[in-house]
Design a protein around this ligand. Structure first.
Ligand code: IPD
Ligand code: CA
Length: 259
């Protein structure tokens, strides 16, 4: 078994374990919630779940680096990039739409992406060059080629001006799309890979939210922007993942130059 396959097996086991911890906390009546700032939740549960992942990964691969949304870390040549609970505001408010996201990046290439949604018990996995699956069944992006038939998710955060988001959504509606925002960028990307929607875009997203989902989309036959350009790993970036036929019109809407 190659060292990537070993890491892949670990990522799958750890995502399931972390998701089970998240679900157990979610089902308890009181969720301890404080705020990092307006519209930015921080939960003790995120840190708790991240500790589970960090300990298991570094016990197995002590020379790898690890970066988690809650605890930070380093970005070395071999790095695990983790969001313990993406969809934190959903989690905090009792909406069952959140997940654990684990990506492994080697030399600026996303090698492994694993996303686990513990409420529906849906496990999405991808390995570079080896396809993408949900609960072991191969997945592929939809065949939608027209915005008039498309379901598009437009993620939002306070990291970009509200006017820019409103402008983006305005363009998407005018092009004929049905626009959504479900509160987990990671699941938004996984759903594109799975053909449940046709595009996910956001004017800025962090690497821990996006990397696993981006690999899923590529391995499921979709198109993504070059998220890791301009140090996207550390700084985050604009993100777009969609069916190949929608890439030009979607890139235009998010202001991406793909020529
Ligand atoms: C956020 C969610 C949201 C996306 C934001 C993320 P969090 O992460 O993925 O859908 O639009 O960019 O920051 O706070 O739920 O972990
Ligand atoms: Ca997140």
């Amino acid at each position: 078994m190659s060292d990537i396959e070993q890491r892949f097996e670990l990522a799958v086991a750890v995502a399931r374990e972390a998701g089970a911890v998240a679900r157990q906390i979610y089902e308890q009546p009181a969720r301890t919630r404080t705020s990092k700032g307006p519209q930015d939740y921080i939960l003790e549960s995120d840190a708790q779940v991240e500790r589970v992942i960090r300990e298991r990964v570094l016990a197995a691969f002590p020379d790898d680096s690890f970066f988690g949304e809650e605890g930070g870390g380093e970005f070395g040549r071999d790095v695990w990039v983790v969001d313990p609970i993406d969809g934190t505001s959903n989690f905090a408010r009792g909406v069952p739409h959140f997940c654990t996201s684990i990506a492994f990046v080697r030399d600026q290439q996303i090698e492994i992406g694993v996303i686990y949604e513990p409420i529906l018990d849906e496990l999405y996995v991808a390995r570079r060059g080896a396809g993408a699956t949900r609960n072991a069944q191969p997945i592929k992006v939809s065949g939608i080629a027209s915005m008039r038939e498309a379901i598009v998710e437009a993620g939002w955060s306070m990291r970009r001006p509200t006017e820019a988001y409103v402008d983006l959504v305005d363009q998407l509606y005018r092009a004929g799309a049905q626009v959504r925002r479900a509160g987990s960028g990671t699941l938004g990307l996984a759903y594109v890979a799975d053909g449940r929607s046709d595009a996910y875009c956001e004017l800025h997203i962090n690497s821990w939210d996006a990397l696993a989902g981006l690999l899923l989309i590529k391995e499921a036959g979709g198109w993504t922007n070059d998220f890791l350009a301009n140090d996207g790993l550390r700084r985050g970036n604009v993100v777009l993942g969609c069916t190949p036929a929608l890439k030009d019109i979607m890139a235009g809407a998010v202001g991406l130059n793909i020529r």
